[in-house]
Write a protein that binds this ligand. Structure first.
Ligand SMILES: Nc1ncnc2c1ncn2[C@@H]1O[C@H](COP(=O)(O)OP(=O)(O)OP(=O)(O)O)[C@@H](O)[C@H]1O
Ligand SMILES: [Mg+2]
Length: 171
């Protein structure tokens, strides 16, 4: 895995689903309650895979599957930490649909909200959030770009960069 600067952005390439999941897991351990992570990327680019890792890092219960048909899956924490709201906007028609889902109540609550296809309601995303763009490179390889909006997410990214650098040699 290779990662590079600057502070509000982190780019890396993963060579397997497990590596994407480990990246998500490292991120999940760093996200405070109330965090919002906005994922964009084509079908099969690894959004759900990254979310599974985030859930593992947060320590939430139950398997994480794509919520495409239900829009939002709520995963409670296994002990006392934040829950995970896993949102998928693939099937929304317009922003009115998103408002009807009550997405804003999730995003401004105490859980961690991860939104697949977030670009479909970009204007409704909070000003402070973490965007992750995932790009298919080849069958096993994905390119991930993390962009922090707001100082607290820049801080999360700095810690993620440090964490990934320290575990790079262990993989
Ligand atoms: N480096 C990689 N990172 C993540 N997934 C990978 C990687 N290499 C191969 N894959 C495969 O790509 C697929 C990614 O599927 P995933 O459901 O995570 O994508 P998605 O972006 O959520 O798609 P959708 O838009 O349909 O929800 C999985 O089958 C996974 O095994
Ligand atoms: Mg998905």
């Amino acid at each position: 895995m290779t990662a590079q600067a600057p502070d509000s952005e982190l780019q890396l390439t993963t060579a397997s689903p497990e590596e994407t999941m480990r990246t998500g897991e490292a991120l999940g351990r760093l996200l405070p309650p109330g965090s919002v992570v906005c994922l964009r990327g084509n079908l099969g680019s690894g959004k759900t895979c990254l979310t599974q890792g985030i859930g593992r890092g947060l320590g939430v219960c139950g398997g994480i599957h794509s919520p495409t048909f239900v829009f939002i899956n709520e995963h409670p924490h296994c002990s006392a930490g934040p829950c995970l709201y896993h949102v998928d906007l693939y099937r929304i028609h317009d922003e009115a649909d998103v408002l009807a889902l009550g997405l804003e109540e999730y995003m401004y609550g105490d859980g961690v909200t991860v939104i697949e296809w977030a670009e479909r309601a970009e204007d409704l995303m909070p000003p402070d959030c973490l965007w992750v763009s995932l790009r298919y490179v080849d069958e096993h390889t994905r390119h991930l770009t993390f962009e922090a909006n707001g100082a607290s997410y820049a801080h999360v990214l700095a810690n993620l960069r440090r964490e990934l650098a320290s575990t790079d040699g262990e993989a």
